[in-house]
Design a protein around this ligand. Sequence first.
Ligand code: AVJ
Length: 316
Amino acid sequence: MNNTFLNDVDKGLSNTPKYLLSKYFYDKIGDALFVDIMNMPEYYLTRAEFDIFKNQTQNLIETLKLRKDTFFELIELGAGDGTKTKQLLKALDTANYNFNYVPIDISQNALDQLKSSINSELPNINTTPKQGDYFNVLSSLKQSNHPKVILFLGSNIGNLNDILAQDFLTKLADSLQANDKLCIGLDLIKSEKIVLPAYNDSQGITRRFNLNLLERINKEFDANFDIDTFKHQPEYTEDEGIARSYLVSTKSQTVTIKALNKSFHFMEGERIHTETSRKYNDAILNGFLKKTSLKVIDKLMDSNQYFADYILNKDE
Ligand code: AVJ
């Protein structure tokens, strides 16, 4: 049994308002549902960033200032299934760059699948996965002196609220050396007509993804959430630029979590906040960066300008 997860569930459901942390979406079923999300027509984020990685690969390599004569580490935070990254890996492999690929993910299952697919599709590439939370792996970055390129794609940083995003970027900057590079993929603030359907798809995959968190608690901690009495509720306004997902209790009820020996009461209409997905623009990103030693040196966008990969340099 996973104790940090259990403690976080206790803390979140005891809080007013109730919340659960989105990093716990990703068990085996959650991983598979997220792959389905990335393939659905409404979820433009993955296609947009894939467009950048597929059609601007050389541009990306140039702007990252990669050199064939110097070994470097290519470290990916929240690697997932690696579909976008493989475009870059393939180009680097073909051109004989000398590097190690280090995917980091909270899901060991996702890392196992990624490693075996790279081993079969790109057998020359040296892949050394690490399992962990983004924050926990930062300190391990300092352990090597090789030049580093950090990939933080998919608008994954959007899951952090603004305080945590600032904290994360500050700590990340502190664990890098001068001239290390960072490529950070950010979903850009745009109309709710485009953003909201990405979190409220017509096939109900996002709904299942959200509810899977309760099923996971049922399975792992012997709880009795009645999934049919919770409704998926996403919200987004362009003014704020933040998508949020909730699970709403459709009736007054009490849920027991045996592993905690505790019950939690839900009023009718009471919500559990399960996810924050912040959208960005230049000003918001620069607001965070001005307190760090990271500077934007380039910005690559997809053809619709829905999404941007910002390239950052770590200054002295
Ligand atoms: C993986 C965090 C980028 O917030 O868009 C997709 C996760 N949640 N649909 C996002 C997610 C619901 C996704 N990130």
